[in-house]
Design a protein around this ligand. Sequence first.
Ligand SMILES: NC(=O)c1ccc[n+]([C@@H]2O[C@H](COP(=O)([O-])OP(=O)(O)OC[C@H]3O[C@@H](n4cnc5c(N)ncnc54)[C@H](O)[C@@H]3O)[C@@H](O)[C@H]2O)c1
Length: 466
Amino acid sequence: MHCQSLPELISEHDSTRAASAGWTLLMRIAVVGMGHVGLVTAVALSAIGHNVIGLDSDEDRIIGLFNAQLPFYEPGLKEEMARQTFAGRLWFCTSPADAYPAAEVVFICVGTPPDENGAANLIAVERAALSIYEHASDGCVVVEKSTVPCGTHQRLSRALGGYSRIYVASNPEFLREGTALMDTLEPSRIVVGTNSESARLALRGVYQPIIDSMEGEPFAYIETDIATAELAKNASNAMLATKISFMNLMARICEAGGADVTKVAEVMGADPRIGPAFLDAGIGFGGFCFPKDVAALAYTAQSLGCDPDLLNEVLAINQDALLTVFERIKTELWHLQGKQVGVLGLAFKPDTDDTRFSPAVELCRLLIEGGATVVGWDPQAGKSAQTELPDLILAGDPYIAAEGSDLLVIATEWPETADLDIDRLAGVIKGRTIVDGRNMLPDWKVSYAETQGFKVFGVGRLCEWN
Ligand SMILES: NC(=O)c1ccc[n+]([C@@H]2O[C@H](COP(=O)([O-])OP(=O)(O)OC[C@H]3O[C@@H](n4cnc5c(N)ncnc54)[C@H](O)[C@@H]3O)[C@@H](O)[C@H]2O)c1
């Protein structure tokens, strides 16, 4: 194994040599923002051999990391983080002066939450850039990993003092919470947007170990200009959200026309041009990516003079998916006042404790505002949901959530919800009604529940909706 420093390699300006000679480039990398993306990125980059320092302005978060406490739940991350810190490849800090001067590459992974008009709020990105400008060394490559609108790199580069001293690049993140570490170490694609050879080579150096390890696997390393990389991320999330909203529209048509959306999805998914993923009707998409990224893309489209109608409709159908289930619950219970509803699942999806923009939490909010008592269960996200909704009562398991409830809702696709024991449920629940907001219950279980006196409502299925 031959090791060569990045400046040496860049000075040769020979990109193909690095790739073809299989050099391992041990690089000094700073990652700003120890949230879901930043921490996973820092751990993964140290796991492939780089020296990484993770910076966050939240002191409590950094103290927690030094004590091996993750700020969120992510399978496998804690163990890998411990391995890397023990090996001395991963550090954490709160001071830009400790993180930036030695860094060859800085990844910006701060949050880009939505403004009220749907635009991505880039204040944290600008603050990070100004601080990098102050402390980073000449030749440093600053990489946008946060999801930002097409064209942000121009603003970023201005905040970094133009292209004279610091290079700018885009490397959008495609990880999925719940499988984040594997998605980063064994990605389906890495997209790198640059407008300088130095930045292109630096990122090639960062990712060479992954490129090597993915040889023979379905994987694409795509190099492009910066604006294209920025847009590719928004476009990918908008496409996935569109598939979900399309199926939720089909669900409404199925309900009205007497068809079963799960079978429609099965037929559609068998077509390799469509594929089976993201064809699940339900109470809609959520999380810190889809809703805000679709809204941000609609805002960008509008501001560039392009028609955002399709994207706005995707968001409107998503909202309608949640409200349709809420209205069904109200219809079934007649009044919410004085009723108890058990809600299974609070996270926006399984295998995470993230409740940001979670449809399950939004449903709980509507139920509580309507006067119901809500008892929620989630294997990971209970605390986070209760922080958002202090009136939410937490249960330790699905049957405690169901105990004494007038109705039970399945709101997140945790596998445990498909495994519900109907007999045990029948022994504790007050009203025998289940609203399966994620179509989790298999047909045989629905049939059995009905023989036990339950009414089971799915989404877009041949069931008791009508
Ligand atoms: N969460 C996901 O699944 C996911 C996936 C792909 C892309 N993204 C995108 O990645 C970005 C980050 O997402 P996240 O979920 O990790 O966000 P997050 O809000 O959970 O974490 C951001 C972190 O950055 C820190 N921070 C903010 N400003 C800072 C500054 N100036 N200096 C140092 N630290 C600072 C915050 O304290 C926080 O810990 C967003 O743009 C998001 O859209 C997220």
